[in-house]
Write a protein that binds this ligand. Structure first.
Ligand SMILES: [Zn+2]
Length: 69
């Protein structure tokens, strides 16, 4: 998953296992977003829980193609 820094435009990538881990942690804590620190300018970018969920479901579909049919 690619996250673009709001301040400098640098692109950070979040790994699939990190997304799964973060989603679980946010749900346990009742958090609404994940803070991603930019490698270039150190600005903290907020990634919404909703976006993480969408990404996780997209990954799941990719990994398990057509198992429901
Ligand atoms: Zn930045």
């Amino acid at each position: 998953m690619q996250v673009r820094c709001y301040r400098c435009g640098a692109t950070m990538s979040i790994k699939q296992d990190e997304i799964a881990f973060v989603l679980q942690a946010l749900e346990e804590e009742g958090g609404k977003h994940y803070d991603v620190r930019c490698n270039r300018c150190r600005h903290t970018n907020r990634v919404s829980l909703e976006r993480l969920r969408q990404e996780a479901s997209r990954i799941r579909k990719k990994e398990e193609p057509k198992t429901e049919e």
